[in-house]
Write a protein that binds this ligand. Structure first.
Ligand code: ADP
Ligand code: ZN
Length: 743
């Protein structure tokens, strides 16, 4: 019998192995240990009874009697690999819990528990060869028929060797008891969730607003059909979408089906999980990469065993081993975090839609700023569109004012970072004991160092970018944001030895320092990727902010997402145009979304909110329309641009980047691919080859080509046929289907 196996090795297709005589054929989804070159790896059976090929090796071992990964999830992974032009094995990390790859079928955290056997009872009664210690141990165990943990026995002076001797003689037996590590344990809403064992609150529901009631009613009707539907829940920030997710989940669960709730960021899972736990008790699991391996493994096993009705998680939770899925919610569906930036480059939202289609489920895509793709599908009738136009309790949206920084520079000087309006706004919040958020979507202290003599900059030796300065004084370091290369900031110019090195541009660290300077006494903290490197620091930062221990939180887009902080009444955006200069067709969309979302963090409680947006381009449509929070107008405007320039959602796009040791090599290979794709399918439009916007990365040169067409399959096939003859080149090409960023 021959089987197809996915192995966790980049870029490999399915491999065929033989099941030796006398070994029961494993089922789809079972793990098998197979030889691969000189190695032995754990793979997943994807197909059974495949056609013969040459040179087939036998599998070494079958690890599971049944399907370890449910067969429908294996099929979903196959679809993902094919659609995103990746190896099936690339999906394995998303399919398997950590520790399941080494072959230990039950890698739960366990405790050793000893209990007395029948022979042990007899020995106690008769065998006089027992030492006094051994007798003591048996007497203890005889008094506790369920057994005693070996660590508890050790604490009573009964050492491991005494236990092992008794075990050898058959007087006691040892077993491993599973202890589920619980990510909800010992934490509050901000920290990580809610304690296990808290009973579901029988009346957690509050009175819905009229709009919420109507929206829920429409979604409920779709769920009741038990057929595949996609609905866009287009609700302004603070319109109470979460409440709708929970009630809908409750219905679906009552109908005997399970729920998958996806959120874009690890930071958003605790709050969501807390609310679901409040409603559904223990049958809620979390899945995301911020959990420890043990926690993740245990949560996965609980889902697999069928102990779970609702899974709350990030992107890869779309592959959770949940059965009978009736509802998938993708909250903040526009968020770029749903896209994985390594192979397979899948979008969790789109895989969710495919999963729902296969299990006849309802998908709810929630957002205040839907992606162009989703909104387009809603407008053309492919998706249902359910709208929440008002905030709950008719709270007003934040009022937004724009500060033209060109005028501000003219009055305040060219180095001003916080405008007068923003400084005064923050101070007023401090005086009133309210909170502020300050957004700048750029990390570090200074974004470049340049020489006043030769105008040279300090660049990364591996990448075509300048190094970013982090820290001040002695802690000052220059770092590459792509490859992490780090260097001291030299005292003089390394190119011309000129003594006048100047820092230019600024990031979140500088803004944090500025706020501290202009508002002495304010409790200021920063939230960006640098600030949360330590495990737990993100959760503690968020909970300190929620508890009011921080007055001003400065941060990158991380502070803009989904959070609900009722005491925030001011949002400041330091440079609204950070993303606008980028050579990316989504630059405007992303700017619009970011500004609308961050403004949406203000005024969510009883106090009204205000947003102050600093920009050099006050007339740009994405800034203007975000300030007016006019989504339909933005969509129309942007769609016109996409149509004229032939970009998604009007067409399908595949981006390919060729990596090479030399610039010429990268360009030559890219040209060859362009030629071959043209020949394979003259109907496709190809942009490039051109040097990629990031022309050099981690020491490799990069050339880019973009293929546009009406049909992704067609594009993929043309590309695959262009690469078929050169497997070596194939490994150097990064293919991104439906790219979210083409940089
Ligand atoms: P969204 O996700 O749409 O931005 P949320 O679901 O976070 O909004 O809700 C915003 C705030 O309104 C939350 O604090 C939530 O608890 C509250 N809320 C939601 N629905 C209601 C309601 N029907 N009555 C009162 N408050 C509500
Ligand atoms: Zn670098």
């Amino acid at each position: 019998m021959l089987i197809s196996v996915a192995v966790p090795v980049p870029n490999l297709d399915l491999l065929t192995y033989a099941v030796p005589e006398g070994v029961a054929t494993p089922c789809i989804g079972a793990r098998v240990v197979v030889p691969l070159g000189t190695r032995v790896v754990t793979g997943i059976v994807v197909e059974v009874g495949v056609g013969p090929t040459t040179n087939v090796k036998p599998i070494r071992e079958v690890l599971d009697a049944g399907a370890f990964v449910p067969p429908d999830v294996v099929a979903l992974a196959r679809w993902t690999a094919e659609y995103y032009a990746a190896g099936v094995g690339d999906t394995i990390p998303a399919l398997l819990p950590p520790m399941a790859r080494g072959g230990r079928a039950d890698a739960h955290k366990t405790t050793r528990v000893a209990s007395i056997t029948a022979a042990g009872h007899e020995a106690l009664a008769g065998d006089d060869k027992l030492t006094s210690r051994q007798r003591e141990a048996l007497e203890l165990l005889a008094g506790t028929p369920t057994g005693i943990g070996t660590s508890a026995l050790a604490a009573r002076g009964i050492a491991a060797d005494a236990i092992s001797r008794l075990t050898k003689r058959g007087y006691i037996s040892l077993r491993n008891d599973r202890v589920d590590r619980d990510p909800f344990a010992a934490s509050d809403r901000g920290q990580g969730g809610v304690g296990m064992g808290s009973d579901p609150d029988p009346t957690p529901f509050r009175q819905l607003t009229g709009e919420q009631t109507d929206a829920l009613h429409r979604l409920r009707k779709l769920a009741d059909t038990r057929a595949f539907h996609v609905a866009l829940l287009h609700g302004v920030t603070g319109s109470g979408k979460t409440e709708i997710y929970i009630r809908l989940s409750s219905d679906v669960r009552a109908a005997g089906r399970s729920v998958l709730m996806l959120v874009p960021e690890i930071a958003l899972t605790p709050a969501a999980a807390f609310l679901f736990r409040q409603a559904f008790g223990e049958r809620v699991a979390i899945q995301h990469s911020g959990l420890s391996d043990g926690e993740r493994h245990d949560q996965w096993q609980r889902i697999r065993r069928g102990d779970i009705d609702v899974v709350v998680g990030t992107r890869s939770a779309v592959f959770a081993p949940l059965e009978n899925v009736g509802l998938i919610v993708v909250d903040e569906e526009h968020d770029a975090s749903y896209k994985q930036d390594e192979s397979p480059r899948y979008n969790g939202r789109d895989v969710a839609i495919v999963r729902a289609q296969r299990s006849k489920a309802l998908v709810v895509l929630g957002s205040a700023t839907p992606s162009m793709e989703t909104y387009h599908n809603a407008m053309t009738g492919k998706y249902e569109r359910v709208v929440l136009e008002r905030r709950v309790l008719d709270r007003p949206l934040a009022s937004v004012s724009v500060v033209d920084m060109r005028e501000e520079y003219a009055i305040e000087g060219p180095h001003v970072i916080l405008s007068r309006a923003l400084r005064e706004g923050i101070q007023a919040r401090l005086d009133r004991h309210e909170q502020s958020l300050v957004l700048l979507n750029r990390r570090g202290f200074a974004t470049a160092v340049f020489c006043r003599q030769c105008a040279g900059t300090i660049d990364c030796p591996n990448c075509s970018v300048s190094l970013v300065v982090h820290g001040e004084g002695n802690a000052r370091r220059a770092r590459c944001h792509y490859c992490n290369y780090t260097a001291r900031v030299p005292p003089t110019c390394p190119l011309c030895a000129g003594p006048y090195l100047e820092q230019a541009g600024f990031g979140t660290e500088r803004v944090e320092a500025e706020v501290k300077k202009v508002c002495p006494g304010a409790r200021v903290a920063r939230l960006d990727r640098d600030a949360i490197r330590k495990k737990g620091s993100l959760a503690s930062l968020l909970s300190r902010f929620r508890d009011g221990a921080i007055d001003v939180l400065v941060g990158t887009q991380m502070i803009a997402k989904g959070h609900d902080f009722p005491r925030v009444t001011l949002v400041g955006v330091v440079s609204a145009d950070v993303g606008l200069g980028l050579a990316d067709f989504r630059a405007s969309e992303r700017t619009f979304q970011l500004l609308t979302q961050v403004a949406g963090r203000a005024g969510r409680g009883e106090l009204p909110g205000e947003a102050i947006v600093q920009t050099l381009y006050p007339d740009h449509y994405s800034i203007q329309l975000a300030c007016r929070q006019d989504f339909p107008a933005f969509y129309e405007r942007e769609l016109t641009f996409r149509r004229a320039m032939r970009y998604p959602p009007m067409i399908s796009l595949v981006n390919a980047v060729v990596r090479s040791r030399t610039f010429a090599g990268a360009m030559d290979d890219a040209s060859e691919i362009v030629e071959k794709v043209r020949r394979a399918d003259p109907g496709l439009r190809i942009l490039g080859p051109a040097p990629a916007p990031l022309g050099r990365l981690r020491g490799e040169y990069r050339a880019q080509l973009m293929i546009k067409g009406m049909n992704r399959k067609q594009i993929r096939e043309a590309l695959q046929s262009a690469l078929a003859a050169r497997p070596e080149l194939q490994r150097r090409v990064v293919v991104d289907v439906d790219p979210l960023s083409v940089l």
